[in-house]
Design a protein around this ligand. Structure first.
Ligand SMILES: Nc1ncnc2c1ncn2[C@@H]1O[C@H](COP(=O)(O)OP(=O)(O)O)[C@@H](O)[C@H]1O
Ligand SMILES: [Mg+2]
Length: 303
């Protein structure tokens, strides 16, 4: 069964379409990276999945449960760490968890200790949150999202503003959670963040899912780098695929559906071209991303 299935989700704010017939499937027990620039609709999507806001159209299922018909059942199996989580600074880590546990009821103190252990905060369980670093607060917010031992965990830009150590700690914990069988839905506008932890990603742009799949499959569109003597004409090459010319290296870049180097070299030899350079080039996720959402954009660079 899929953990999340979204069909034709549309959400309007006034007459602005924040989500425009979005389709998305997340498989169980994955760390799914939901990637998109600021304002692309990530938080809106998460809020719709959790039943926190009502979409105008579309259907959502979490672990086979319909969100519109059974919102409470969905909430029971979901954990959520919002972009702007709320912690009580003048309470200790444990007191914060106890406070949130009361909303659920029937949650033991042992379980809360276990959660603090998991996020590496058991040694500071009785310290006030006001004394915590950003990374510690983020991990406490994660523990809070895990209070009901959810099957599916939604993390909205969880590593925003963390230093490298904080990011590394966070990654280690969510990988551990995946090993425990949880599905993790991780949203971010930072490409490198998603690339490090997720095998599968979905790219959202202007309220639509523009691409999804395994990173390894998304980046395998083949390009061939070619240089000949004498220089071949662009028009001649175009019968093999989309062609661009790189001025700096004085070589052609040929975008092809599949590796056609054999055919190409045969053609070149027959037409008396000397092959100076002929090799495959694997595109990076960055190239795939920018080709979908438009040029490198400052807010995509790691902080
Ligand atoms: N409550 C709201 N009222 C009006 N517009 C909103 C509201 N929430 C979000 N938006 C707009 O919807 C778009 C998507 O927002 P959001 O889902 O927060 O994007 P992301 O999380 O990807 O940054 C943005 O253009 C944002 O300005
Ligand atoms: Mg957001």
């Amino acid at each position: 069964m899929s953990a999340v299935v979204i069909e034709n989700l549309t959400k309007l704010y006034g007459d602005f379409k924040a989500l425009n017939s979005l389709n998305l499937v997340v498989e169980e027990k994955e760390i799914f990276g939901f990637l998109g620039p600021n304002g692309s609709g990530k938080s809106t999507t998460i809020n719709c999945i959790l039943g926190l806001i009502r979409p105008n159209a579309g259907r959502i299922e979490v672990c086979g449960i319909d969100v519109e018909r059974k919102p409470l059942e969905v909430k029971k199996i979901c954990g959520y760490m919002p972009e702007r989580y709320g912690l009580y600074e003048n309470l200790t880590a444990m007191q914060n968890l106890k406070y949130f546990a009361e909303f659920y009821g029937g949650i033991s103190k042992d379980w809360l200790y276990e959660l603090l252990e998991l996020v590496g905060l058991s040694a500071v369980a009785d310290k006030k949150v006001a004394e915590f670093s950003r990374g510690m607060k983020q991990r406490l917010a994660l523990a809070q999202a895990l209070i009901n031992d959810p099957q599916v965990l939604f993390l909205d830009e969880p590593t925003n503003g963390l230093d490298p150590q904080g990011i590394a700690d966070f990654r280690r914990i969510i990988k551990e959670l995946q090993k425990k069988g949880k599905t993790i839905f991780f949203s971010s506008h930072i490409l490198t963040e998603v690339k490090e932890v997720c095998k599968t990603i979905g790219i959202i742009h202007r309220g639509r899912l523009v691409k999804s799949g395994k990173i390894s499959e998304l980046v395998n569109k083949t390009k061939i780098v070619l240089q000949t003597e004498p220089e071949i004409s662009k028009e001649t090459l175009e019968k093999f695929g989309k062609v661009s010319y790189e001025e700096t290296t004085k070589s052609f870049l040929l975008e092809v559906e599949k590796d056609c180097r054999l055919e190409l070299s045969k053609f070149l030899v027959e037409n008396r071209f000397l092959v100076k350079e002929l090799h495959l080039k694997e595109p990076s996720l960055e190239e795939v991303y920018f080709s979908l959402v438009g040029g490198p954009n400052e807010d995509l660079l790691p902080r």
